[in-house]
Each structure stands twice: as C-alpha cells, then as structure tokens.
Design a protein around this ligand. Structure first.
Ligand SMILES: [Mn+2]
Length: 278
C-alpha cells in the first residue's frame, strides 16, 4: 500500500486523473489523502465528486471552504460570497445531492494518523490549539453540526461576514461563535497575529506583504508543529516559496490559477506535479 497526499483539486478532473496515472495510483491498494476544496473554479467539479465517491473507501478527505459552500447552498443557506454559479449548477444534479447527503457532509475537518504522526486539514493547524485531543474534538463537534438536521442556522451564521470569530478564547467559546472559530481555523486561516488570533483576509505570500505584525500560522510557536507532519492546502500563493518547515507541507500549488496540481508520496517523500490548463 502506498499513501498519497494531494492538494486542492478545484474541479480539474482531467489533470487529477492524469496525475493519478502518472504515479500508478491503485484504488484497491493505495490510500489517497486530499486537502479539500474538491470543487469550484475548474471545468469538471461534477466528475471529481463522482469519481471520489466511487473510490471513497480509499479516500481520506478533509472539507475545504469551497466544499462547505457547496454544503451550505445545498441547505439553502444563501450569502453573497458563496452564490458561485458553478456550485449552483452542481446542485441541479440529483446524484451530486445524493453524494453530499450520504458522503460529503460526513467528512471531517482534520485527518490524523497516530502511527505515522500525520495531521491534515484544509488550512492548517491553528497555533491556538496545542493539544491533539482539542483538535480532534473540535473537528468532531463541527462534523456533528455539519451532518445534523436543522443545521442551516449554523451555516447562515458562518457565512455572514459580520461574524468572523478569530479567537478560541482558550476553549471558552460556545454555540455559533465556537462553530465559527472551528470552521475558520480549519478551513480559512492563513496569517495570524503574534498572539495566534486569526487574520483571514490577507492571501499573498509572506515575501509580498507589508505587515510586520502578521505571521503565517506555521511561524507562530506551537509544540505540535515539531511533533507531527502537517499537510494542508488552501494557500496557493505559498507555492515554491520555501516558507514552511520541512515537516509542514503545503500542497495547494495553484492548479486553478494555471499552475500545478501536486501529489506527495509518503513512502518515497517525492512530489509529482502536473500543470493545469485553464
Ligand atoms: Mn480553500
């Protein structure tokens, strides 16, 4: 069995399949970890979801912000920032609705392998969480809400830009605010203030920003950053910048901006990429 990690696919089905062929991925034997953001932007979001659902037994997935937008809109939670025509179009397909309701909405926000000492989430691991149990239970709490009935009200809250919670308040948050922080930490974070509170607007790479206050999340001290290999996606502007420590691996190499889709092989520690045609 080989263990692969792939970055944000964003609907680039042809490139995704070509990359799997290039590494001889075999869904009967191998395992495919995916950093989330399966859909939007690219031309074939529907085919990506159909295919992943068909090989779901060999997939270890985390939800990205775009996947959450899809779930939001499937519940009828409308917000100006998520009324993406690609997503609205996807929801006209009954098989896609079925895949969301029976599989996608049950996916976690973090994946963890205790033996290999691996953590993976869409945006990374916030410096405010310094304990593996906090991380796993936060993911579980959010997963329970995302997959429950009557959850539209939670999505309405997190999709409202007025309520962006960026401070965990040492585990004192409750209700909507707690849910909002968990979603922001796992799926939207890039930069943090020196005390670890999240800043989610700045997207550029560290060399291209003017702030002397903001730091990438992985540059704020956290004992977990030394103990685990951490895979994340979400931040395509980091590509090739050599910003992260060796054991913190950003896999979103910007396929949806005409750059690359990247896969990492755990056993050989090798990267393979394919350029995406947009
Ligand atoms: Mn993302």
């Amino acid at each position: 069995m080989t263990t692969y990690f792939i970055g944000d696919i964003h609907g680039y089905y042809n490139e995704f399949i070509s990359l799997l062929k290039k590494i001889y991925f075999n869904n009967k034997n191998d395992q495919l970890w995916i950093t989330g953001d399966l859909i939007s932007r690219g031309p074939d979001s529907k085919k990506v979801l159909y295919y992943l659902y068909s090989i779901r037994k060999s997939v270890k997935l985390v939800l990205g912000n775009h996947d959450l937008y899809l779930i939001s809109l499937s519940l009828g939670s409308m917000s100006s920032n998520i009324n993406d025509p690609i997503i609205l179009n996807l929801l006209k397909d009954t098989k896609i609705k079925f895949i969301i309701d029976s599989w996608l909405k049950y996916q976690p926000l973090v994946q963890y392998d205790k033996n290999k000492k691996i953590l993976m989430s869409h945006a990374g691991i916030t410096p405010q969480w310094k304990n593996i149990n906090t991380i796993l239970s936060a993911s579980n709490e959010a997963k329970n809400i995302i997959s429950s009935k009557d959850n539209k009200i939670f999505f309405d809250y997190i999709n409202n830009e007025k309520y962006q919670i960026n401070d965990w308040k040492k585990n004192k948050l409750i209700g909507f605010q707690r849910f909002s922080f968990i979603i922001n930490a796992f799926t939207k974070m890039r930069y943090c203030y020196p005390d670890g509170t999240l800043e989610m607007l700045t997207k550029k790479a560290p060399n291209d920003i003017n702030s002397i206050i903001l730091k990438p999340w992985f540059d704020i001290p956290n004992v977990l950053y030394k103990k685990y290999t951490i895979f994340f996606g979400h931040w395509s502007d980091l590509q090739g910048g050599g910003y992260t420590p060796k054991n913190i691996i950003g896999l979103d190499t910007g396929c949806c901006w005409g750059n690359k889709l990247t896969i990492f092989t755990w056993e050989t520690k090798k990267f393979h990429s394919i350029t995406c045609i947009i």
